[in-house]
Design a binder for this molecule. Structure first.
Ligand code: GLN
Length: 555
């Protein structure tokens, strides 16, 4: 039967609970166990799809088209199990389901309450995420509970976890609590008090932690670890130090060396071969020994918050490792390019325009695409980045005056990008929408297959078929494709079902590397293989640099 490890957090958020959970999962997977991860988010939104990246960071999209928390991205990059709709749910989703049941009459005669109805529903969702009792069930499901212990919002989730542990028995569940041990410079000391209090809070709810992951900017000395153990009632070997490191790939080994996986396997009575973290050590080596460096300009809107482009940053980093270079990313605010300093792009080795929504900063992105096209600078446009490259080409090469997307200019004379009203979802169902449709969950979402034209750059990278994930509302307008083609733009991939534009590029005798893709390739990049598109893009950046000057030596 599947065992469950609950990961909770205390003191403050942003301590790296997602990375800690993913790392534990990775170590357990290296011991031969089949693992999955489930993220519970305490907010009321049904999913993060409608939240601003400023609020919530990136929205990660799964193959089956779920818009999820960015932690699911870490999960997919750390373990081999693929995530899907069942791996992330929010308070909003739980209540939606409970209320539907109530209206249907499933609870007929009863007063519907947080305990037991909401807490039971949470347990059902957790079991569904682990495929509990089904043929595909995993050995261990790691359940990360969002928020910090003590928040009103996360109480029903913690209560559900406590109940699950009671019902299943002590050896079927384990609790790992992530806490913060601040260094107080004035006193020259690490302070354990916040940790004592958060573990106390957890015990008040009826949960005793089996392990504490103590985040600090430095290693926690044994004296402090014993003190934490004494005050929190967690055995000393369960008090694990998690210090700041320069790469997240060091975390699995850090936790393993201190015995976290051994402790969990003992608690859950799991008999497995020892962990093998060789591939993680190799990754760390690769990150620490690059042979050069390329600098990529990322022209976006959410530049102040790098969490907004989490998967993209990771994908570029992975591609760097594949090319043995460090990829440095400079985030440029597209509005600053509008002010007339697009020339600053000349110093970069490549330009990337990522996905985005809304009108603000669009003209700056269009200028970036134009600059890259005219100056033979490698260009990768992702989703919105493909759309702006298309608009730019229409305006300045195909002579389509004022071409635009109806997202930014509903009355544009030349809507080269426009809303499509009917399309098939990744599960084959027909979806319809118009300008008045709900904004939540109504985009083209999830993985869809497209045919790639032979002889193109896209074909060199992907072969005959590309199958990538989507998250967008607007599409290249089919009515303009012929005009764009005549003007020299190559439409190198069309979706198999609706023949929607999936990839555009410039011929390789016109530009060394210029491509726009309607999908989000970053969601499928892994540290092990990188991703063919990003590997090729970073290679183009290296070549561009090599053409002008030697690889910049790494400082
Ligand atoms: N705003 C554009 C659309 O909805 C692009 C979306 C994106 O880049 N993810 O089509």
């Amino acid at each position: 039967m599947t065992r469950f490890v609950f990961v909770t957090g205390g003191v403050v958020s942003s301590l790296g609970k997602g990375i800690a959970s993913a790392s534990l999962a990775a170590i357990l997977e290296s011991r031969g166990l089949k693992v999955t991860l489930i993220k519970l988010d305490p907010y009321i939104n049904v999913d993060p799809g409608t939240m601003s990246p400023f609020q919530h960071g990136e929205v990660f999209v799964t193959d089956d088209g779920a818009e999820t928390d960015l932690d699911l991205g870490h999960y997919e990059r750390f373990v081999t199990t693929r995530m899907g709709k069942v791996n992330n749910f929010t308070t909003g989703k739980i209540y939606q389901s409970v209320l539907e049941k109530e209206r249907r009459g499933d609870y007929l005669g009863k007063t519907v309450q947080v305990i037991p109805h909401v807490t039971n529903e949470i347990q059902e969702f957790i079991k569904r995420g682990a495929r509990y009792g089904e043929p595909g069930a995993v050995d261990v499901a790691i359940v990360e509970i969002g928020g910090t212990v003590g928040d009103i919002e996360s109480l029903p989730f913690l209560e559900a976890a406590r109940q699950m542990s009671l019902r299943m028995g002590a050896n079927q569940t384990a609790f790992v609590h992530l806490t913060y041990v601040p260094w107080i410079a004035a006193a020259g000391e690490l302070k354990t008090k916040p940790t004592q209090h958060t573990v106390q809070k957890l015990r008040e709810i009826g949960i005793s932690a089996d392990a504490l992951l103590c985040r600090a900017d430095r290693k926690i000395p044994d004296d402090e670890r014993s003190k934490i153990s004494l005050f929190t009632n967690v055995p000393e070997w369960g008090v694990i130090s998690m210090w700041d490191v320069n790469t997240i790939y060091k975390v699995p080994r850090m936790l393993h060396e201190q015995g976290l996986d051994g402790l969990i396997c003992d608690k859950l009575r799991l008999n497995t071969p020892p962990a093998n973290l060789k591939r993680w050590d190799e990754l760390v080596y690769e990150t620490e020994h690059p042979q050069g460096e390329v600098t990529i300009a990322m022209v976006g809107k959410y530049v102040e918050l790098s969490d907004s482009y989490k998967s993209l940053n990771e994908a570029l980093r992975h591609a760097g490792m594949k090319n043995h270079v460090r990829v440095k990313i400079d985030y440029l605010d597209s509005e600053s390019l509008e002010a007339g300093n697009v020339q600053q792009l000349a110093k970069y080795d490549a330009v990337l325009v990522p996905g985005g929504f809304g009108k603000r900063g669009i003209e700056g992105k269009i200028q970036a695409a134009r600059f890259a096209r005219e100056n033979h600078l490698p260009y990768l446009g992702i989703c919105l980045g493909m759309q702006v490259a298309t608009i730019e080409y229409a305006r300045h090469v195909a002579n389509l005056q004022d071409a635009n997307s109806t997202e930014f200019e509903p009355q544009t004379p030349n809507p080269v990008i426009a809303l499509i009203t009917e399309w098939h979802g990744s599960d084959g169902t027909v979806n319809k929408r118009d300008e008045n449709s709900d904004l939540g969950g109504t985009m083209r979402l999830g993985a869809q297959a497209s045919d790639v034209a032979k002889g193109t750059l896209a074909h060199k990278i992907y072969g005959d078929v590309v199958n990538e994930r989507h998250r967008h509302r607007y599409e290249a307008n089919v009515n303009y494709l012929d005009q764009l083609r005549k003007a020299g733009l190559v439409i190198s991939a069309l979706t198999q079902r609706e023949h929607l534009t999936e990839i555009v590029e410039l011929p390789q005798d016109v530009h060394p590397w210029f491509m726009g893709v309607q999908f989000h390739p970053e969601f499928k990049s892994t540290p092990w293989d990188g991703h063919p598109l990003f590997n090729a893009f970073v290679k183009a950046a290296v070549d561009h640099q090599g053409a002008g000057n030697k690889l910049k030596a790494v400082a």
